[in-house]
Design a protein around this ligand. Sequence first.
Ligand SMILES: CC(C)(COP(=O)(O)OP(=O)(O)OC[C@H]1O[C@@H](n2cnc3c(N)ncnc32)[C@H](O)[C@@H]1OP(=O)(O)O)[C@@H](O)C(=O)NCCC(=O)NCCS
Length: 173
Amino acid sequence: MQVELKPLQLSDADTLYEFFQKLPASENGKNNRAHGLSREEFTNWVQKEINYSQGKNLPEGYVPGTTFVMYVDNIPVGVSNLRHYLNEKLEKNGGHIGTHILPEYRGRGFGNIITLETLKKAKEIGIKRVLVFHYDNNVPAWRTSEKMGGKLDSINMVNGIKARKYIIDTSKL
Ligand SMILES: CC(C)(COP(=O)(O)OP(=O)(O)OC[C@H]1O[C@@H](n2cnc3c(N)ncnc32)[C@H](O)[C@@H]1OP(=O)(O)O)[C@@H](O)C(=O)NCCC(=O)NCCS
């Protein structure tokens, strides 16, 4: 099995349009803002994500972040987002990493793999202490963080829902 985590790029927009339409719009606080877009709007969204990755045209309160697509044997199966650093708000809710696997590929270890591959990217850009938040009832999500050596820091209310905050030390990967 060949796994590749690739930053979103315009040249892949054609092949990724259907994938982003299949990925649910919103689950457990993870949003897919490309869901429901027309093909043309999708290209604009991809360009916007590339800009954010380069720190360009960031809306107020946003930090630079990269959207990655995970390919397994050249088939897109999941998406992750990596924020390059956090502001005060994201330290309390949001964190560095979000992951999203196509429903038909869940429960086969891909959540663990995309988390590990995204943590490696975090390490590459110098992030030593990665913060991740998961709703307490989202067991598969917080298990991926525990699997990567994440330590439970605290349990807080986020958007009125009980959420776990994990800290993952990338030097131990
Ligand atoms: C969270 C998500 C990325 C996990 O992906 P996945 O491919 O199903 O995860 P894996 O198959 O790698 O499983 C991860 C862990 O959860 C466990 N798990 C998987 N499905 C489970 C379930 N239904 N109930 C309990 N545990 C489960 C696995 O056993 C594994 O733990 P282990 O390695 O200790 O055995 C995926 O469910 C998803 O995309 N959910 C919607 C979006 C989301 O919630 N994102 C996270 C936001 S913080």
